[in-house]
Design a protein around this ligand. Structure first.
Ligand code: TEU
Length: 562
């Protein structure tokens, strides 16, 4: 059956690198390509198959590289194209594939296309972007941008506005223009010819907007919501099928589309097993569970029952129809051990391992974000001046100035959810700056690097690092972890996440205690026999018992071969 087809990208584990914060080889305080090359052996040791590289292209860095001014050049701070080629070659020599970040919903306003586009109404590049006349001296519609304020910017030169769903320096490309699509496809082919192995597609669900650009429902910020008219828009599948035909289908690639606002039904189209668009999507439903009235800004904790419901929906409804991606972390999310686990000294490692277990035993392609394999934590921000991220800075300013949230409370919210939490430098060892740089880091290193760092964890058998290494290798030795069918147990339990996976004559049981309490757990009868093998556990555990006591944040996985 086509839908159950076995492929390498279903069996792979992906590791995301945020180059700015990974490893600095030249002491300028900013991570770079040579730094990545130096650390490839570390990743080999961890056992990952693919690196997703956040953008390394030329960029004025309004949004740390997600604002690209030249898709075929390397950002100066990161090195040169020769450095890139070296990194790619060495990765390939080690058997590691490279997945590039493709940011084509928008460019930088410093991209040559936009520089031309804004010159005049009849410039050949005018229609590369989305320009509109104002309405009665105001913006063309009420849409708010993701990073605060209006999604429109007035341009005096031609007395018109351009659309930017993200920052003012990230104008949206007009995908309805066939020339834009062709330019993007040519650029993608150029990278493929270089030998790269895949693409992670930034906000690809937003590329097709409803032509009339209608006003959206007004939220707390005072701006209208663009998503009903831009997310999973009218031609998105058509454009991706064209991309598949003109680029993707010609190479053996791994592709994942970042799809904010994607539903299971939409995902079945983007990532259908028929293979006409992408391999998989990043959905946001589990990450949005602790969202609130003012977007993501609050310190609500995710309820386990809700999390189980969402995860299980994706696991069961994509079965045989499409393929899942699995992630807790990326460069836009706070650290998972501080969010869903417990980052106290006592429970940090246990809960980090438990969370890794819960995710890595599911069906889909797992993504590990740099430092997740060490159980890295959120950053202890001391003042709003510590924020570096455009989203955090703008949100703090806008919501406090408008009196929507009190400054003290907003500081708490942003500290908890800021994207900067994941962007603090990778903690390599206990030397100055965690071994990330010999210079001054562009963003402060988390002071806990003296105890939480790669060097210490590589030397210690019971570390989070070694646990992740084992999770990754189990996936290689047990097909059931990749392909087994998922079934949730005890959906109403507020503290325990238990599920099974089944494949042919095998069955896997995954039990995770999400609380700091001891829990009683009655083992399903079929896992009570003597033939049960424990595959991995985060505490010492010799055997499964009928009446189990699960210790705080305990995780255990066992296998029954019939
Ligand atoms: O993120 C898109 C996206 O959905 C984010 O706006 C997300 O909602 C937000 O970061 C959560 O706080 C992608 C990139 O991953 C992000 O880093 C970029 O800033 C953004 O696109 C614009 O390119």
């Amino acid at each position: 059956m086509e839908s159950n087809k076995k492929t390498w990208w279903k069996e792979s584990v992906v590791y995301q690198i945020y180059p700015r914060s990974f490893c600095d080889s030249d002491g300028d305080g900013i991570g770079d390509l040579n730094g990545i090359t130096e650390k490839l052996e570390y990743l080999k040791e961890l056992g990952i198959d693919v690196i997703w590289l956040s953008p390394v292209y030329q960029s004025p860095n309004d949004d740390n590289g997600y604002d690209i001014s030249d898709y075929q050049a390397i950002m100066k701070e990161f090195g040169t194209m020769e450095d890139y080629d070296c990194m790619l070659q060495k990765a390939h020599d080690l058997g590691i594939k490279i997945m590039m970040d493709l940011v084509v919903n928008h460019t930088s306003d410093e991209h040559a296309w936009f520089v031309e586009s804004r010159k005049s109404k009849d410039n050949p590049y005018r229609d590369y972007y989305i320009w509109r006349e104002g309405k009665e001296g105001k913006e063309p519609n009420n849409w708010g941008s993701c990073f605060g304020g209006s999604a429109w910017k007035y341009d005096e030169k031609t007395d018109m506005y351009f659309l930017h769903l993200f920052s003012q320096k990230q104008p949206d490309l007009n995908w309805d223009n066939p020339k834009v699509r062709q330019e993007v496809f040519d650029m993608m082919n150029w990278w493929c010819e270089k030998g790269i192995d895949g693409f992670r597609m930034d906000v690809i669900s937003l590329i097709s907007k409803v032509a009339e650009l209608p006003d959206g429902e007004v939220g707390k910020s005072g701006y209208g919501d663009y998503s009903p008219y831009a997310a999973n828009g009218p031609h998105v599948h058509e454009y991706l099928q064209e991309m598949n035909e003109k680029v993707l289908s010609k190479y053996d690639l791994i592709t994942v589309g970042e799809c904010s606002g994607v539903t299971v039904e939409e995902a079945k189209k983007y990532a259908s097993s028929a293979g006409k668009e992408l391999n998989m999507v990043f959905q946001f439903e589990h990450m949005d569970l602790d969202g609130g009235e003012s977007f993501k800004w609050n310190h609500r904790k995710i309820r386990l029952t809700e999390l189980k419901e969402v995860m299980s929906k994706w696991q069961t409804q994509l079965q045989d129809k499409a393929w899942n991606s699995l992630y807790w972390c990326n460069h836009d999310q706070p650290r998972i051990v501080s969010r869903l686990g417990n980052d106290s000294e006592r429970y940090r490692e246990l809960s980090a391992k438990m969370l890794g277990t819960c995710l890595h035993m599911m069906q889909g392609t797992p993504y590990v974000y740099q430092g997740e394999e060490l159980g890295m934590t959120n950053y202890p921000f001391a003042s709003p001046k510590d924020f570096r991220d455009i989203e955090s800075i703008n949100a703090y300013q806008e919501l406090t100035e408008k009196g929507i949230v009190e400054p003290e409370e907003m500081f708490d919210f942003v500290s908890y959810k800021s994207r900067d939490n994941s962007r603090t430098p990778m903690q390599w060892d206990d030397s100055a700056n965690g071994g990330f740089t010999t210079g001054t880091p562009w963003i402060s290193v988390n002071p806990n690097y003296k105890t939480i760092n790669a060097k210490e964890q590589m030397q210690r058998e019971d570390s989070v690092f070694h646990y992740y290494k084992k999770l990754i290798s189990l996936r290689k030795s047990h097909e059931i972890i990749v392909y087994g069918t998922y079934e949730l147990l005890l959906p109403e339990d507020e503290k325990l996440y238990a599920y099974t996976r089944s494949l042919d004559n095998e069955k896997l049981l995954v039990v995770c205690n999400f609380s700091d309490e001891e829990l009683k757990y009655e083992l399903p009868a079929e896992f009570c026999g003597a033939d049960i093998q424990i595959l991995i556990a985060n505490y010492q555990r010799e055997q499964m018992e009928k009446n189990m006591i699960l210790r705080p944040y305990e995780a255990v996985v066992c296998l029954k071969a019939q």
